[in-house]
Design a protein around this ligand. Structure first.
Ligand code: NAI
Ligand code: MG
Length: 499
C-alpha cells in the first residue's frame, strides 16, 4: 500500500471550520450547557493526534438532569401524545436538515473518527438520512392486534404497543452518526424520550445533530445529548432508576457490565456487541468477487466494523490463490488522512485502539503465526495500521478467537469442507457470516448451520434500517432495525373487555 497526502495539508470546508469553532455543549431539556463540573475532554484527530475541539465531560449530576428532563417530556410533554403524523414530520425534517449540512457532517465525522471522507460522504451521512426517513414512516404504523378469548362469554381483546418510556442510547465510535440515528429513529418513532450518550472518542456529529433536532422543532427534553466518559457518564446513565431501557452498541465486556447496572429497576437492555465473523470461500465460488468481497469486509473502515469478516476459511488447494489475491487487494489501499479524497484507508480511531491492534499482531507472531502482509503501524503522524493478513494460525490463538477491531484478517486453510460449519461456530460470538459459493444448496445448508444473526451469500455485509440486525451468543441481546427493532422500544399491553 502507498501512503499519500501525509505532508499535504487538506483542510475542511468553511462550514466545517466554523462548526469546529462553535462550542460543543450538552443538550439537556432543550438548552445547551457545559458539564456542571466544568470538566472537558479533548477531541483528538486520529490522523495527526492534534486536538480538534473539546467536549463536556458529563458527570452523574448532568445525567440526572437529562434523565429528569426526558421523564418530564415523556410524562407531561407533547411527545408520546403528539399525533404520530406530527412526529413523522419532525423526523423527516431532521433528515432534511442533516442533508442541508451534509458536507459539514461528513467532514466532522472524518476528522473525529478518521474514516475516509469519501466514505463519510457516500455511506455514513446518506445512510443516516435514509435511516431517519425510514423511521419517520414507522410513526404512523405501530399497531397492536385483536385476539380471540377462549372463555364463556363475549369479549373483545386487543393488544396495544406503548412507548417503553425514557431510553438511554449508548453508541460506539466506528459509525458515530449512523449509530446515533439508528437508535434515535425507532426510539422517537415509538414515542420514547431519550438520552443519547455518544462515544467519548467521536461525539462531534452527535452534538451537531442536537442543533439540527432543535431547529426541526423538537420539544424540550425529548432528545437530550450528553457527552462524557463511558465509565462515568455512560455508567451513570445505565444505572439510573429513571431510565426504562438502555440500547447499547459496543464491546461485549461493557455489554455484560450493563446487566449489573440494569438490576436496580430491571430496565430493559438491547445489546449489540462484538463479533468474530467468518468469511467462507468454497471451491466453486466466483473467486474474483469473493476476494474483493472478503477484502472489503475486513478492511473497510480500517476493520472497525462489528460484522467485519475477520476469520477467513478457504479450501487448502485454493488457499494460496485466494490469499495471494487478498494480499494484492490489501496492498492497493492508500493510507492517509481521511480528508484527502484519495485516501481509501484512514487511521484507527484512537491511541488505545492503535496499541490494541498492534498488540494482537505482535501476540500472533509470538504464538508462531506468520504475517503474510502488513503487520505494522504506518507513519508516525496518526494511528495508522497497515492492512494485515495472518496465516499459520490454529483455532486456539487469540487472534482467531478474539475481536481485534482493526484491519487484520486471520486466514485458515481447510482440509475437510464438512467441518466448515463447526469451524465457523467455534467462537463465543455469533454476529454474522459470509458464504461464497455457486451451489445454492450448500449455501443454504451452511447458512442454517451457522449460529449468527446475519448471513450473507455471495456478498459482504449488507445492512439497512429494515433488515433485522443483532447477534446470537455473546454478540448480544435482541435485534435492531425493522419491526423487531421498533417493537423493542415498546411495551405490550393487553386490554380485555367483556361485551
Ligand atoms: P466500549 O464498549 O467501552 O464503548 C462503547 C460505548 O460504551 C461508548 O459510548 C462508551 O462511552 C460506553 N461505555 C464505556 N464504558 C461504559 C460503562 N461502564 N457503562 C456504560 N457505558 C459505557 O468500547 P471501546 O472500549 O471503545 O472499544 C473496545 C472494543 O470494543 C473494540 O476494540 C471492539 O472490539 C469493541 N467495539 C465493538 C463495537 C461494535 O460495533 N459492536 C463498537 C465499538 C467497540
Ligand atoms: Mg476522535
Amino acid at each position: 500500500m502507498k501512503g499519500i497526502g501525509m505532508s499535504v495539508s487538506i483542510g475542511p470546508a468553511e462550514q466545517t471550520g466554523l462548526s469546529l469553532t462553535r462550542p460543543f455543549q450538552l443538550l439537556i431539556d432543550g438548552g445547551w450547557s457545559d458539564a456542571q463540573s466544568g470538566d472537558v475532554l479533548d477531541v483528538i484527530n486520529p490522523a495527526d493526534r492534534k486536538v480538534l475541539a473539546q467536549i463536556p465531560a458529563a458527570g452523574g449530576q448532568d445525567i440526572d438532569r437529562a434523565v429528569r428532563a426526558a421523564r418530564k417530556a415523556f410524562e407531561d410533554g407533547p411527545w408520546p401524545a403528539m399525533p404520530p403524523g406530527e412526529r413523522a414530520k419532525l423526523l423527516w425534517r431532521i433528515a432534511d436538515l442533516i442533508e442541508a449540512r451534509k458536507e459539514e457532517f461528513a467532514e466532522l465525522e472524518t476528522l473525529d473518527n478518521g474514516k475516509p471522507v469519501t466514505m463519510s460522504k457516500w455511506v455514513d451521512v446518506p445512510a443516516s438520512i435514509a435511516t431517519l426517513r425510514y423511521w419517520s414512516g414507522w410513526c404512523t404504523k405501530i399497531a397492536g392486534e385483536t385476539r380471540a378469548v377462549d372463555m364463556p362469554g363475549d369479549y373483545l381483546a386487543m393488544t396495544l404497543r406503548e412507548p417503553i418510556g425514557v431510553v438511554g442510547l449508548i453508541t460506539p465510535w466506528n459509525f458515530p452518526l449512523m449509530s446515533a440515528v439508528s437508535k434515535l429513529g425507532p426510539a422517537l418513532a415509538a414515542g420514547c424520550t431519550v438520552i443519547l450518550k455518544p462515544a467519548e472518542q467521536t461525539s462531534l456529529t452527535a452534538l451537531r445533530l442536537g442543533e439540527v433536532i432543535l431547529e426541526a422543532g423538537m420539544p424540550p427534553g425529548v432528545v437530550n445529548i450528553v457527552t462524557g466518559l463511558g465509565s462515568v457518564a455512560g455508567a451513570a446513565l445505565a444505572e439510573h432508576d429513571g431510565v426504562d431501557k438502555i440500547s447499547f452498541t459496543g464491546s461485549t465486556a461493557i455489554g455484560k457490565s450493563l446487566i449489573g447496572a440494569a438490576r436496580g429497576n430491571l430496565k430493559r437492555l438491547t445489546l449489540e456487541l462484538g463479533g468474530k465473523s467468518p468469511t467462507i470461500i468454497l471451491p466453486d465460488a466466483d473467486l474474483e468477487r469473493a476476494i474483493a468481497g472478503a477484502g472489503n469486509s475486513i478492511f473497510r473502515n480500517s476493520g472497525q466494523i462489528c460484522v467485519a469478516g475477520s476469520r477467513l476459511y478457504v479450501a487448502r488447494k485454493q488457499f494460496d490463490q485466494v490469499v495471494g489475491g487478498l494480499v494484492k487487494f490489501a496492498e492497493q489501499f492508500k493510507l492517509g488522512p481521511g480528508l484527502d479524497p484519495a485516501t481509501t484507508m484512514g487511521p484507527l480511531v484512537s491511541d488505545r485502539q492503535h496499541e490494541r491492534v498492534l498488540d494482537y499482531i505482535g501476540g500472533a507472531r509470538a504464538e508462531g503465526a506468520s504475517v503474510i502482509t502488513g503487520g505494522h503501524g504506518f507513519g508516525d503522524a496518526g494511528y495508522f495500521v497497515e492492512p494485515t493478513i495472518i496465516g499459520d494460525v490454529n483455532p486456539q490463538m487469540r487472534v482467531v478467537q478474539e475481536e481485534i477491531f482493526g484491519p487484520v484478517l486471520v486466514a485458515t486453510a481447510v482440509d475437510d469442507l464438512d467441518e466448515l460449519g463447526t469451524l465457523a461456530n467455534d467462537s463465543i460470538y455469533g454476529l454474522s457470516a459470509s458464504i461464497w459459493t455457486r451451489d445454492i444448496s450448500t449455501a443454504y445448508k451452511l447458512a442454517r448451520k451457522i449460529r449468527a444473526g446475519t448471513i450473507t451469500i455471495n456478498s459482504g455485509s449488507i445492512a439497512g434500517p429494515n433488515l433485522p440486525f443483532g447477534g446470537f451468543k455473546q454478540s448480544g441481546w435482541g435485534r435492531e432495525n425493522g419491526v423487531d427493532g421498533i417493537e423493542s422500544f415498546t411495551e405490550l399491553k393487553t386490554i380485555i373487555t367483556a361485551l
